[in-house]
Design a protein around this ligand. Structure first.
Ligand code: SAM
Ligand code: SF4
Ligand code: F3S
Length: 456
């Protein structure tokens, strides 16, 4: 049953009117008001920050790239690993000094960390100068929460629930004029045992196809060349909509939008990806020949403990089906080293999987226990040093593979911007007038990290 709460358009109009009210309040104070938005974590957060900036612009703020001297600082946080959280707490700590030098400064913390009770408690107790804290499900209400802080003077803490909302009509200020993020859905239902995302982002909910298509159309009209469709598991797009639509259908619809642009998407979950998606990718000429398909572990036993819903064999079968249809596919993936209980033999299975698949690039993580997730309670006997050594071995081997794969580009022509159509970074000899256009290029060199080339 569909539980998504769609925010009525009149509510967003009300938020926009509150932006105008804040605008009037700010006009009473001298000088241009500056806001600094600091984004952590994934592209979903980048996309959310663009909407937060949209609201801020409507309130009359201009943007600064530093917290020093900013009238408003907004930290859009990530909770996916311990390291991300520590960085945020470190930076919130440092803000006590900037605020002392600029006493009127308003400090806001939002995003995935702000949806966790223990984080909110810590912010309440140990960081008394943080003014406003709100979870990702309440992004649409930012103007109202900020105005409350501004007019009542008290600190504001708001979390939102797990069902989650879909809100349309929030303005955006985008960071890039060529590459546009488009969220097609929010939240996650998969509950991989290591992952905090479903707890902080709420249940899976899809945007209406018409809203997505209108947004892509307006980006293409504005000259965007590279559109990335975003969701934690884009392959379950539409399941909650009762419209009989799915992600492959959506790709076809986006592909049919007139204009010269590339379509990318992330993230795909192997349990929901398959021939229907691969066929659509092959058939849609605007869809870049690139797929990010996280495997997380090469061991079927560990995958089961992770609640991933597929085996090593099924994953490898998917890769074979994909390569059969799109032989030049650029493949990237995520992998976790040191999941609780992972044995040395099971780690070797992860190594053998990357050997078998030969990814173009791999995002490697050491397991980080997240409070409230099942995996955080599992016995974890492997010493840190051994996990770290395994991690380094995996990284070294992948770097060699990426380097070897890049060598294979030498002498080949491709359709290039500063990235190839497959998303590989290329250092290209070309005039700046080429920015934002597609050019044929000759690849003349390659390193582990990038390709080198010139206009053909
Ligand atoms: N929804 C996507 C998926 O299923 O692949 C991405 C989710 S997460 C934002 C990005 C990556 O972070 C995951 O693919 C996983 O490799 C990693 N990750 C998530 N939780 C983690 C944890 N507790 N420790 C280490 N890595 C983690
Ligand atoms: Fe996390 Fe798994 Fe959902 Fe990805 S699919 S966001 S890894 S729970
Ligand atoms: Fe982090 Fe939240 Fe994204 S936890 S990775 S910002 S969904």
């Amino acid at each position: 049953m569909r539980q998504t709460v769609t925010i009525p358009p009149a509510e967003i109009d009300r938020q926009l009117a509150l932006c105008d009210q804040i605008h009037t309040l700010l006009e009473d104070r001298p000088g241009q008001k500056l806001a600094f938005v600091d984004t952590y974590g994934c592209q979903q957060n980048e996309a959310d920050s663009e909407r937060l900036r949209g609201y801020l612009a409507r309130m009359g703020y201009a943007f600064s790239d530093t917290e020093e001297g900013a009238d408003l600082v907004l930290l859009n946080t990530c909770a996916v690993r311990e390291h991300a959280e520590q960085r945020v707490f470190g930076n919130v700590g440092a803000l006590s000094h900037t605020k002392r030098r600029h006493p009127g400064q308003i400090i806001c913390v939002c995003g995935c960390m702000a949806r966790q009770e223990h984080v909110v408690e810590r912010l309440k107790k140990s960081f008394p100068y943080v003014d406003l804290v709100f979870g990702p499900q309440l992004l649409w209400q930012f103007p109202e929460l900020l105005l409350k802080k501004m007019t009542e003077g008290k600190r504001v803490f708001a979390a939102g629930d797990e069902i989650g909302t879909v809100a349309e009509g929030i303005p955006t200020v985008r960071q890039n004029r060529l590459k546009g993020w488009v969220s097609i859905m929010y939240g996650c239902n998969n509950f991989c045992t290591y992952c905090i995302v479903p707890y902080v982002r709420g249940r899976e909910r899809s945007r209406q196809p018409q809203e997505i298509l209108d947004e892509v159309r307006s980006l293409v009209d504005a000259g965007y060349k590279d559109i990335t469709l975003l969701g934690q598991n884009v392959n379950s797009y539409g399941k909650d909509l009762d419209l009989g639509v799915d992600f492959a259908w959506l790709l076809e619809q986006v592909n049919a939008i007139p204009g010269e642009f590339l379509i990318r998407f992330m993230t795909s979950h192997p349990k929901d990806a398959g021939p229907r998606l691969f066929d659509a990718m092959a058939a849609c000429e605007k869809v870049a020949p690139v797929l990010h398909l996280p495997f997380q572990s090469g061991s079927s036993r560990v995958l089961k403990a992770m609640n991933r819903g597929y085996t090593r064999e099924h994953y490898l079968e998917l890769i074979a089906q994909l390569r059969q249809r799109i032989p030049n596919i650029v493949l990237t993936s995520d992998v976790i080293v040191g999941f609780p209980g992972e044995t040395q033999e099971e780690f070797e299975e992860t190594l053998s999987l990357i050997e078998a698949v030969r990814y173009d690039a791999l995002f490697t993580f050491i397991f980080s226990p997240r409070r409230g997730t099942p995996a955080a309670k599992l016995p974890d006997p492997m010493p840190k040093e051994q996990k770290s050594a395994n991690f380094q071995r995996l990284l070294r081997r992948q770097n060699e593979i990426s380097g070897e794969k890049h060598q294979a580009y030498i002498g080949k022509d491709g359709l290039l911007t500063a990235r190839t159509d497959g998303g590989r970074l290329i250092h290209l000899k070309a005039d700046p007038s080429c920015i934002g256009t597609w050019q044929q290029a000759k690849i003349t060199g390659a390193s582990t990290w990038a390709l080198f080339g010139e206009l053909a």
